[in-house]
Design a protein around this ligand. Structure first.
Ligand code: CDP
Length: 235
């Protein structure tokens, strides 16, 4: 019997907080019929659990011990084809976007042991699926070999405005500063990534620019035909 080797493809979408990358990653995955994996949700889930357990996020040995003790499970919601995350049997959703989590997630994400554990989870998705994954280090660390890399940016003012429009209290500039300056897998533009500034673009325009960039990077799939439902984006 021969082993069947199947290679799946990853599209990496990176960028700073509230740059629009989650929205684009979701639309892109829907458009191309891929699953969408939100890596930030994993860092948020660990942070939520640490706070629940009243552990000081800056106490690295305690965070690492808690991570070892928690049962962290990544899945896929079959209805939406997007990633899910549960800890100790509890599916986490709205708990991931609280002000407390926003405030503490970046320090937790600086811990190399936390990153290694979550990067392993992120890579595991590719064993079974073609996917779009969004985060900070997807093109640089998680899937550096993928030719399909997009970096979505937007001005600081626009990003802060988008976040407050979503009703979230989130110091995006501070989080970006922490994410870009950390030693372990800092946020930066991956080699070969196409940078798209979404400051003055609509979601549709950003998606269109992303699709064009992917095509230039060699992505081939039927959605690039003229029949692609790009106009059907606001759902
Ligand atoms: O949605 P938003 O851009 O606000 O953030 P997110 O993608 O949910 O990520 C939350 C935090 O997790 C980031 O500020 C980073 O500190 C961390 N993160 C990371 O370090 N690496 C990733 N691949 C994804 C998120």
């Amino acid at each position: 019997m021969t082993d069947e080797i199947k290679t799946h493809r990853a599209i990496a979408i990176d960028g700073p907080a509230a740059s629009g990358k989650s929205t684009i990653a979701k639309k892109l995955a829907q458009h191309l019929g891929l699953i969408m994996v939100n890596s930030g949700a994993m860092y948020r889930a660990v942070t939520h659990q640490i706070l629940e357990e009243k552990i000081d996020p800056t106490n690295h040995p305690a965070v690492i011990q808690a991570l070892t003790d928690m049962e962290l499970v990544g899945g896929i919601d079959p209805e939406t084809s997007t990633s899910t995350i549960s800890i100790n049997g509890q599916l986490l959703t709205h708990q991931l976007r609280t002000q407390q989590v926003n405030q503490h997630v970046s320090p937790v994400a600086t811990i190399p042991e936390v990153r290694q554990c979550l990067v392993d989870m992120q890579r595991a998705y590719l064993q079974h699926h073609d996917l779009v994954m969004e985060g900070r280090d997807i093109g640089t660390v998680v899937f550096p070999e993928t030719p399909y890399k997009i970096y979505i940016n937007a001005s600081e003012e626009i990003r802060a405005a988008r976040r407050s429009k979503d009703g979230e209290s989130d110091a995006v500039a501070k989080r970006d500063q922490q994410d870009s300056s950390r030693k372990s897998s800092p946020l930066k533009i991956a080699d070969g990534a196409t940078v798209i500034d979404s400051s003055n673009l609509t979601v549709e325009q950003t998606l269109e620019a992303t699709l064009q960039a992917l095509q230039q990077q060699g992505w081939e799939s039927p959605p690039f035909s003229t029949e692609s439902p790009i106009s059907n984006l606001n759902s």
